[in-house]
Design a protein around this ligand. Structure first.
Ligand SMILES: [Zn+2]
Length: 131
């Protein structure tokens, strides 16, 4: 059963929004200014993207995951076809760059969208709290 909160009404689904860089508030394609750099704000609804902080978490995980997958593929190709070294260089350098940058864009977008939906923010000490 899908439970939709007030904060999710009228917003795009997570996967298409992350894949296509859609604004988590209005669904327009305004999330990215450059390939992996967020815009400052949504040009359609004005949502301020600078208040979200996805940090470096995706980059560290993706480097490990993509690096492991590329290494496994390189070993499979080497053990089955014994290609010359220039074939490895031609295959794995571009594939690594495309895989890291592509997955970084999607994962950064997914984290920003989830941060927006869950209204996540840094913790703070409330001095006004009753004691
Ligand atoms: Zn928007």
């Amino acid at each position: 059963m899908l439970i939709e909160t007030d904060n999710e009404k009228g917003q795009p689904e997570l996967l298409p929004a992350a894949l296509f860089g859609l604004c988590p508030n209005c669904g327009q394609k305004t999330l990215f200014a450059e390939y992996t750099k967020f815009s400052d704000s949504c040009r359609a609804c004005g949502l301020d993207y600078t208040k979200f902080n996805v940090g470096d978490g995706p980059a560290a995980f993706l480097t490990l995951i993509v690096g492991g997958a590329i290494l496994a593929l390189a070993l499979i190709v080497e053990l089955n076809f014994y290609p010359p070294m220039w074939v490895h260089a031609l295959l794995w350098f571009p594939l690594t760059i495309v895989a890291v940058v592509g997955s970084l864009r999607v994962s950064k977008a997914a984290l920003l969208i989830l941060e927006h939906r869950n209204q996540a923010h840094e913790g703070s000490i409330d001095d006004e709290a009753p004691k």
